[in-house]
Design a protein around this ligand. Structure first.
Ligand SMILES: Nc1ncnc2c1ncn2[C@@H]1O[C@H](COP(=O)(O)OP(=O)(O)OP(=O)(O)O)[C@@H](O)[C@H]1O
Ligand SMILES: [Mg+2]
Length: 327
């Protein structure tokens, strides 16, 4: 059975302004601010949380279904996704809106002015999963990643109604969800993903203790940047996995999504949580050492080498044998 990844599909348009933004601000003219920066560099990167996670799963050969809304400009991005092993049949393509876009200008001080336009993403709330689940003979897991908040609630409700296991990944959308909404997104999830900050925000929003959260979910996976990850469950002691150290970090964009892709691939192959988290950490480091969230090559020998150097030879041998079983 296949994994469906719901969430945002977006592109990042990143420009560099060689001067200093603060030098352009006239304190006594701020009430009619009108500024334009002459940028000397533009990079367009493919992103969106669901697309990032789906590309990781696609490169592992899991042929995930990407579920989200994109704009009428989606054709080129779609070709890239197909080449990465992602099924886009369930992407809703808007007739009159652009794909969600993040536009950011960074200056010589690393100060930034940015705008996020959700565009077609608001149409994600129109998508239903039932038809696809029926046609495909069921879905093994639906990932509910950051998206139009109405869509996140709808996908979660549908999973509960249809009895499809789901992974709650509210991430940055936690900031704009009410306690009631967060409880709705998390209750009954097989997996819950947060980073350390989001874990605290989730507790604050819901009023739940860690024990309360673990009554609601199968496993709670919390990432802590270079400090690694914990996997907490109600039944067993918390599993702690070190991060894979990076000798040459380049760009942290998409590390959280890469971790999820590796972890979800491991769980799709029924690996124990510890091995799945190690694979997630290794893939996160590969992405940390590349520019952008999707422009990396996935070579199994490189992943097992990173795992060997961090967790030792027997851990690497174990993962190599698990890969062989997954083929
Ligand atoms: N500096 C680092 N060195 C090694 N591994 C890292 C580093 N930063 C992140 N990682 C890896 O990536 C995983 C996710 O990182 P983190 O907890 O920063 O996620 P996040 O805050 O959700 O990131 P994102 O900005 O992508 O949303 C970590 O568990 C770790 O495996
Ligand atoms: Mg994150």
């Amino acid at each position: 059975m296949r994994i469906a990844v719901t969430g945002s599909i977006a592109t990042d348009h990143l420009m560099t302004f060689p001067g200093r933004i603060v030098d352009q601000l006239l304190p006594d003219q701020l009430q009619h601010l009108s500024l334009s920066f002459l940028a000397d560099d533009l990079v367009v990167r493919r992103g969106g949380v669901a697309a990032n996670i789906a590309v990781g799963l696609g490169r592992f050969g899991l042929n995930p279904l990407l579920v989200g809304a994109a704009g009428f400009d989606f054709a080129e991005y779609e070709q890239w996704l197909h080449a990465s092993g992602v099924d886009t049949e369930l992407v809703r393509v808007s007739r009159n809106l652009h794909t969600a876009r993040f536009v950011c200008t960074t200056d010589a001080d690393q100060n930034q002015i940015a705008t996020f336009y959700p565009g077609a993403m608001t149409e994600a709330r129109e998508i239903t999963l039932a038809g696809a689940a029926r046609r495909l003979g069921g879905l093994s897991l639906v990932v509910v990643a950051p998206n139009d908040p109405q869509a996140m609630l709808r996908h979660t409700d549908e999973c509960r109604r249809l009895g499809i296991p789901f992974a709650a990944d509210p991430s940055q959308q936690l900031a704009r969800l009410s306690g009631h909404e967060v409880r709705q997104l998390v209750s009954g999830a097989r997996l819950l993903f947060t980073n350390r900050y989001e874990a605290a925000l989730l507790a604050e929003r819901t009023g739940w203790t860690e024990g309360d959260v673990l009554e609601q979910v199968g496993a709670w996976i919390t990432t802590a940047g270079a400090d690694g990850v914990t996997v907490a469950t109600k039944e067993r002691p918390t599993v702690r996995v070190r991060a894979v150290p990076s000798a040459a970090p380049v760009d942290p964009t998409g590390v959280g999504d890469a971790f999820r892709a590796g972890f979800l691939a491991g769980t799709a192959w029924n690996w124990p949580y510890e091995q799945a988290a190690r694979l997630g950490c290794a893939l996160a480091t590969v992405v940390l050492e590349s520019v952008g969230a999707q422009d990396y090559g996935l070579a199994l020998p490189l992943l097992t080498d990173l795992i060997r150097r961090t967790y030792g030879s027997s851990a690497a041998a174990e993962i190599e044998s698990l890969f062989t079983c997954a083929d």
